[in-house]
Design a protein around this ligand. Structure first.
Ligand code: ARG
Length: 269
């Protein structure tokens, strides 16, 4: 089991808050602590650096409290970036901020054209692109991603509003394996996942509820919420090395480690 070194883009939660409600986790009347969010985020970033990954940072923009969720900033494969278009107007201005950062960093940026929330819903596993829909990213965006990236793109129907992005219900372990919560998908999509990944790690509702499936793997090391203890044990049994991080503050906005992490894939990968 080999780790491959990755390049990630992250956004410090300088202006983090829960100011509106666009998913069931968000409660704008409950207090949030931006300093704690920054501390948890800084630990996550340090974990990546300690694993030997590269972490780039996009400056946070005042008035965009969800901008910390960099996974929603784009999808980047082969040095090509597919820009995003958010469903909700509260997040709309994040899209041009990410697009211009990526273009300045040398990526070719392609316009979204349809509601598309980036790696929140589009996950590359080996040569396949798994594409979630049902709440945010549309079918039309899946077709656009397939055309742009030239990777077979498999639509998966999300059915539980708590798991509104694909990356809250499934994560990629390595080129051939994933972990997921079957109940978050329609019966047909569950059958597709069984066919594609007969040996997948099946998560429990308890582990999913602490954002255990919002995890980041480099092929060997899995960075996951420390509260997802059952999942961590199952992964260790498979030979993965697990690293628990506490993202409790960011969870108040409906996010975990993966939501804070956008993978930047260069032209040769
Ligand atoms: N509050 C944000 C939203 O509802 C959370 C986004 C989490 N990001 C993710 N990749 N799942 O859009």
């Amino acid at each position: 089991m080999d780790a491959t070194s990755r390049r990630y883009l992250m956004c410090r939660p300088t202006y983090f808050a829960v100011e509106y409600k666009i998913n069931p986790w968000m409660d704008p009347t409950a207090p949030t602590d931006a300093d704690l969010a920054i501390a948890q985020w800084t630990t996550l970033r340090q974990v990546y650096l300690d694993l030997g990954h590269t972490v780039e940072e996009i400056p946070a923009v005042p008035g965009l409290p969800d901008m910390v969720f960099a996974a929603n900033g784009a999808t980047v494969v082969d040095g090509q970036a597919l820009a995003v278009q958010f469903r909700d107007p509260q997040r709309a201005d994040e899209a041009p901020a990410y697009a211009s950062w990526l273009s300045r960093a040398g990526f070719e940026v392609h316009e979204a054209k349809h509601v598309n929330e980036g790696e929140g819903d589009l996950l590359l596993v080996g040569d396949l692109l798994l594409a979630g829909t049902g709440f945010r990213t549309t079918h039309a965006a899946h077709a656009r991603a397939q055309e742009l990236f030239g990777r077979p793109t498999v639509t998966l129907q999300l059915v539980d509003p708590r798991y509104y992005h694909l990356d809250t219900a499934l994560f990629v372990l390595d080129e051939h394996s994933v972990a997921y919560l079957p109940e978050a998908f329609s019966p047909g999509s569950q059958a597709v996942l069984r066919r594609l990944f007969p040996d997948a790690v099946i998560a429990t509702p308890e582990d999913a509820a602490v954002f255990g499936l919002n995890s980041v793997s480099d092929g060997r090391n899995v960075v996951l919420p420390v509260q997802a203890t059952g999942l961590a044990a199952a992964l260790r049994e498979r030979g993965y090395h697990t690293i628990g991080v506490d993202m409790s503050e960011l969870r108040k906005a409906g996010g975990g480690p993966k939501c804070c992490t956008l993978e930047l894939r260069e032209a040769n990968r």
